[in-house]
Design a protein around this ligand. Sequence first.
Ligand code: IMP
Length: 186
Amino acid sequence: MASKILFVTGNRHKLEEAGRILSPHGISLEMAGCEKLEIQAGTLEEVASFAAKAAAREIDAPVLVEDSGLFIDALGGFPGPYSSYAFKTIGCRGVLRLMNGASDRGASFRCAVAYCSAGDEPRVFTGVSEGSIANDMTGSSGFGFDPIFIGRGGRLTYAELDAESKCRISHRGEAFRRFAEWFTGA
Ligand code: IMP
């Protein structure tokens, strides 16, 4: 029987992707009925750990939390941990404007997944997907900055890939697979 774990997120795209990644490992996810507590911190690991510990305490059950972001080399790693705010404010078009004329288009998507049981310390699993910022927005699947991110060695943006292909190479795929290996003792 599949293990069911509560996932603290309000983002249905993250829930869908994480569920797809974990299902071959016999793990299914259910959206937790509590908010992800977002602290301002310099790293995704700190943000995810803090939120996981708070949520596990609040609902008195083991939870998963993930925090992710887009780190752009030419912008000193911006927006990084502030990606959610940057997406809401300037969006993909704003990032393309900031990158106008930049010859170094290197970037990475990063993800930190924290698992925590009530009263325990969180365990954190990370994933990175290196790539570059496209010149234009292309594609319509996925979410967030997918239309402007091209994975390493690829030609297509994440928004041009189907969900299965994105999860195979994405930051989220790597982090959740690491969690699954630890959780199932594989
Ligand atoms: P948070 O993890 O909820 O703080 O949000 C991170 C933000 O980074 C999201 O709102 C998206 O804009 C962006 N982001 C994170 N992962 C992805 C992804 O897989 N594709 C596109 N954008 C992403």
